[in-house]
Design a protein around this ligand. Structure first.
Ligand code: SIN
Length: 300
């Protein structure tokens, strides 16, 4: 039986997996009292991923809720295509006030995709880790879900760090990794990028492999994406071998939990200690999600 904690009318039901909890008794479209927000942020700090089921959110509601957790970050605009709420067209770059909502969808309308990432598998990644100050958090809200597939997995990178073999921990201590900016998690080349000749030439931000969470003070592995990642100051073959070992460890099933989507779910996750991935789904079915992200700091 999952433990349920109730505070300020906010019920938190842990999944019992390595991370994630359901939060009940909260209408995210309504006003949250400071006490409710405190209960939500405390639960988030403890469980890293929170699920709020049965929500009915406009983009304004999604942005208002997200802003209570910090300043909104722009959607990954280099590739952004944004569906305007209430309008039947998409635009390449979002207009004022709508830069903050990324549409994740496989739906094609009038020959144009309304969002990003199609129906492909999205590989394990941390959102926008290829920029110097990656977003601290992301909130993904489901408007339409396919009958099957498209589940989103999350893994606990505190646990991955804490269980790292001593030899691996020694090898990564003080090391930086360059996070490739050229391709998204569905493998698509971002506009304006070309493929580097090899991973050591890749372009993207450089971050410590072991980072300290600025709020909890806990250490976590911070890997971004496997593709084209490069551990600085190592010969390429050594960097590849070290990254393979780290990825094999942190993607072990006991560190993860999977979300099976229903329309009206909002999932909030902490990019500073969580990675995520998505299963492929039937491209003939529809999946429409809206995502916001909260500004973060330079990892240390
Ligand atoms: C993402 O990587 O933000 C998308 C995850 C999903 O589509 O479930």
């Amino acid at each position: 039986m999952a433990a349920i904690i109730e505070r300020q009318g906010v019920r938190v039901r842990a999944t019992g997996a390595a991370l994630a909890a359901d939060v009940e008794g909260v209408d995210l479209a309504g006003a949250l009292t400071p006490e409710m927000l405190g209960a939500i942020t405390a639960a988030w700090g403890q469980h890293l991923v929170l699920r709020f089921r049965g929500q009915g959110l406009s983009d304004d509601d999604l942005m208002r809720f997200s802003r209570q957790l910090g300043e909104l970050d722009w959607a990954p605009i280099a590739a952004a295509r944004v569906r305007l709420p209430g309008e039947d067209r998409t635009v390449e770059a979002a207009p004022e006030g709508r830069q903050y909502v990324m549409v994740v969808s496989n739906v094609i309308e009038d020959g144009q995709p309304i969002g990003q990432l199609g129906a492909y598998e999205a590989i394990w990644h941390t959102d926008m880790s290829y920029i110097p100050e990656p977003p601290s958090a992301s909130a993904l809200y489901s408007l339409e879900v396919p009958p099957e597939g498209g589940d989103t997995g999350f893994c606990n990178l505190y646990l991955a760090y804490e269980t790292l073999a001593p030899e691996l921990r020694r090898q990564v201590a003080g090391r930086l990794c360059r996070h490739d900016a050229s391709r998204n998690s569905a493998g698509e080349l971002r506009r304006g990028f070309v493929d580097a000749p090899d991973a050591s030439q890749t372009i993207g931000a450089e971050h410590p492999i072991i980072r300290t969470h600025p709020v909890t003070g806990r250490k976590a592995l911070f890997l971004g994406r496997r593709r084209n990642a490069y551990v600085l100051d190592l010969p390429l073959a050594e960097s590849e071998a070290l990254l393979d070992a780290l990825w094999a460890h942190c993607t072990r099933s006991e560190f993860s939990w999977y979300q099976q989507w229903r329309a009206g779910d909002l999932i909030l996750w902490d990019n500073r200690c969580v990675m995520h991935r998505r299963d492929a789904f039937d491209p003939a079915t529809r999946r429409v999600m809206h995502r916001t992200q909260i500004k973060g700091d330079r990892p240390f």
